[in-house]
Design a binder for this molecule. Structure first.
Ligand code: PMP
Length: 437
């Protein structure tokens, strides 16, 4: 088949391709901070793939570990069987997770981690004999993957409309970001923590005894990098404690050093009951996700008060040997190269460099936290998203890969990024913005 036919056969749902009908940009090779196009042109990756290649692309230590594992053991089920690397990887994860998040359930993606976490939360209250809790709390602008649980608690309407029946019994906390009050704030905005109090209002409305869990991204990523207001996550934690509601942090993006600490829970000093992980867990070399739970959650399932309850959950590929091998090699790199500390050390330069874009054309806000960043552009009147698409294509053709959501440029370079590369990212964006309408 011709290349045109190849491109035609591949369907990446849904909207961007349909609305913008742009030629997809292709990459066929990657190393470190760089992608290469099929023609061999370099593209600096300012997005770590999709917030996932935290140790940089093409890490030989990881590919070697995967290759060796392929030779040794290609597959083993985790139902009534095990393999050593799954146990080893779970313990290594527990060692770097904060507090008593000391039990790990493996999945294959962020979306599966979210479904798993929600199911654990709903079953938890039942298995420990405290009755049934059926309600879940999400948050406006939250992104929790694309499966039915995730889109139900997620707060991006276009991700859930048209897909029929969702989970019932879901309320959404208001989002915390207000451009008018917080524009160009560095790190966490000063205003907005009081929006956590909405959880008390929802509790009063529905009776706390029926709310199983609240799930939030500590920093909303896909909605355009929205750091939580100072004190917001602490308030959520306190309200959840008051009403026996499990607090779930979706750390699919923020986990594994993105904020300059191992996890966002460390960065913000707030201990969730359940954490969802994926992306950086294997440096994206092999698909994998995980859910970590605290002792009391795990214990409830182990010696559940109601012994008559039988329940089942798990995936064919949970704890896949290749993924565990990749994950172990990835954790070695994070440790040996001190990448989380490195991210913390370079974050001030990241912040300073990004904020030099204040005066660039179209820019209405700049946000940053750890090695996450966003440059928000004013939409073209009546054509939301078009300026975002224009800058994406312009920058790619100029040799820079960014992620664009609507008219927001979202940035998350690998934790190996050098100061000079940060300066190149910022210079390319400045130049690109001066070139587009
Ligand atoms: N949760 C969060 C916070 C995410 O950012 C993502 C993916 N961007 C997901 C869940 C879903 O992960 P996946 O695409 O691996 O299913």
């Amino acid at each position: 088949p011709t290349q045109a036919n190849n491109l035609d056969a591949y369907w990446m749902p849904f909207t961007p391709n349909r609305r913008f009908k742009a030629e997809p940009r292709l990459v066929s090779r990657a190393k470190g901070m760089l992608y290469y196009t099929p023609e061999g042109r370099e593209v600096l990756d300012a997005t770590a793939g999709l917030w996932c290649v935290n140790a940089g692309h093409g890490r030989a230590e990881i590919t070697r570990a995967i290759a060796a594992q392929t030779e040794e053991l290609d597959y083993a089920t985790n139902f009534n069987l095990g393999h050593p690397k799954a146990f080893e990887f779970a313990s290594r994860l527990v060692n770097i997770l904060p507090g008593d998040l000391n039990h790990v359930f493996f999945t294959n993606s962020g979306s599966e981690s979210v479904e798993t976490a929600l199911k654990i939360a709903l079953a938890y209250h039942r298995v420990r004999g405290k009755g049934t809790k059926t309600r879940l709390i999400g948050r406006e602008r939250g992104y929790h993957g694309v499966n039915f649980g995730g889109i139900s608690v997620g707060g991006i309407p276009k991700n859930r409309q048209y897909f029929g029946g969702l989970l019932t019994g879901v309320d959404h906390l208001p989002h915390t970001f207000d451009l008018a009050r917080n524009a160009f704030s560095r790190g966490q905005p000063a205003h907005g923590a009081e929006r956590a109090d909405e959880l008390e209002r929802i509790v009063a409305l529905h009776d706390a005894s029926n709310i199983a869990a609240a799930i939030v991204e500590p920093v909303a990523g896909s909605a355009g990098v929205l750091p939580p207001p100072v004190g917001y996550l602490q308030k959520l934690r306190a309200i959840c404690d008051r009403h026996d509601i499990l607090l779930i942090f979706d750390e699919v993006i923020t986990g594994f050093g993105r904020l300059g600490a191992p996890f966002a829970a460390d960065h913000f000093g707030v201990q969730p009951d359940i954490v969802t992980l994926a992306k950086g867990i294997t440096n994206a070399a092999v698909p994998m996700g995980a859910v970590a739970v605290r002792s009391h959650v795990h214990q409830a399932f182990m010696d559940g008060a109601d012994a008559a309850i039988e329940l089942f959950h798990g995936y064919t590929y949970s704890g896949h040997p290749l993924a565990c091998a990749a994950g172990l090699a990835t954790l070695d790199i994070y440790r040996d190269e001190k990448l989380f500390e490195r991210a913390a050390a370079i974050a001030p330069h990241w912040e300073q460099a990004l904020h030099t874009l204040r005066e660039a054309p179209h820019v209405v806000d700049i946000r940053n936290i750890g090695l996450m960043g966003a440059v928000e552009l004013a939409p073209i009147p009546g054509k939301p998203g078009e300026r975002g698409q224009a800058i994406f294509h312009r920058l790619f053709d100029d040799g820079l890969l960014v992620r664009v959501t609507g008219d927001i440029i979202a940035l998350s370079p690998s934790l190996i990024v050098a100061e000079g590369e940060i300066d190149r990212i910022v210079a390319a964006i400045r130049e690109g913005l001066s070139q587009i309408a």
